[in-house]
Ligand binder design. Structure first.
Ligand code: C2E
Ligand code: MG
Ligand code: MG
Ligand code: MG
Length: 292
């Protein structure tokens, strides 16, 4: 069974239970069951070029489809997995499965894409993390440059010396580092100088009230300016309206991720989106307008 479904779903037999049972115990117990039953799935959300709207890559977002509870949001199960250590198993699976999936996406798109994967603080600290990374790259045949690892400011600041070592080893593999939820952490900007970071993802809370909010506009402009001078790419998260997209594009934000340009979707739906955009790009300009 594990062999049959191994690529598409996370299936293992006897995970070790170790964390403190301080939160939702029934949900936690259900998680181990869910791992055995293969209830965890990966969704993919397009990251697009703000100007052309062409898909450049996808962020991998984990889903738990519980038989009776329905979709359990990651905001509920990731913190539990982080506490009991299951995140190491789930995270390793996500990294490997998403890397394999990207190869299939590229076959459909007939061009190079990248995959962005969230790495939790505990995964980042885990001794085996670099092995997990190497395994995903070797197994999928993906090259390091096609992989973006999303971490938060908090992950870097827990143990900056350790972080520096890990990040330099990731850099040797050419994997890129994105700072997720940028601007919501408590750390200083000094870490942008210290660590080899490639991408800033502006948190959704700064995008939500654009273009109306002057303060959010000022923050976005400052991030874009900073990124330009530090030679970093910027992805704006949570873009839901055309107005937000235009506002960001006008100010030089190159990449967009949000419901406007694509919700998180199962792999087969993502492949349809890639096919459609590929055909659209083959059409002459006038037809393309009719097509849209
Ligand atoms: P994140 O990494 O910041 O992911 C972006 C979140 O914003 C996703 O929520 C996505 O569905 C949501 N989002 C994207 N565009 C829009 C939009 O236009 N409007 C709104 N309202 N929301 C939008 P999701 O999938 O619920 O994931 C929540 C968080 O859970 C993620 O935040 C990430 O921190 C964590 N997470 C998800 N999958 C994984 C995983 O595989 N591993 C780890 N360690 N964490 C994960
Ligand atoms: Mg993320
Ligand atoms: Mg984020
Ligand atoms: Mg977030």
């Amino acid at each position: 069974r594990a062999k049959e479904t191994g690529k598409a779903r996370c299936v293992v037999y006897s995970p070790k239970h170790s964390g403190p049972p301080e939160h939702d115990i029934s949900l936690e117990a259900a998680m181990f069951q869910a791992v055995r039953e293969g209830e965890f799935l990966l969704y993919y959300q397009p990251i697009v070029d703000a100007r052309t709207r062409e898909i450049q890559g996808f962020e991998t977002l984990m889903r738990w489809k519980h038989p009776t509870l329905g979709m359990v949001p990651p905001a509920r199960f990731i913190p539990i997995a982080e506490t009991n250590g299951l995140i190491n198993l789930l995270g390793a699976w996500a990294l490997k499965a998403a890397s394999v999936q990207l190869k299939q996406f590229e076959e459909v798109a007939k061009r190079r894409l990248y995959i962005s994967v969230n790495i939790s603080p505990r995964q980042f600290r885990n001794d085996k993390f670099l092995d997990v990374l190497d395994d995903a790259l070797a197994f999928s045949g993906l090259s390091g440059e096609q992989l973006v690892l999303e971490i938060t400011e908090g992950t870097l600041m827990v143990d900056p010396i350790h972080a520096e070592t890990i990040l330099s080893k990731m850099a040797l593999r050419k994997a890129r580092i994105a700072i997720d939820d940028f601007g919501t952490g408590y750390s200083s900007l000094a870490y942008l100088k210290r660590f080899p970071i490639s991408v800033l993802k502006i948190d959704r809370t700064f995008i939500r009230d654009l273009p109306g909010s002057q303060k959010d506009g000022a923050i976005c402009n400052a991030v874009l300016d900073l990124a330009k001078h530090l030679d970093l790419s910027v992805v704006a998260e949570g873009v839901e309206t055309e107005e937000q997209l235009h506002y960001l594009d006008d100010r030089g934000c190159q990449y967009i991720q949000g419901y406007l340009t694509g919700k998180p979707m199962p792999a087969n739906v993502a492949m349809t989106a890639l096919k459609e955009s590929t055909y659209a790009n083959l059409l002459p300009e006038e037809l393309r307008q009719v097509h849209q």
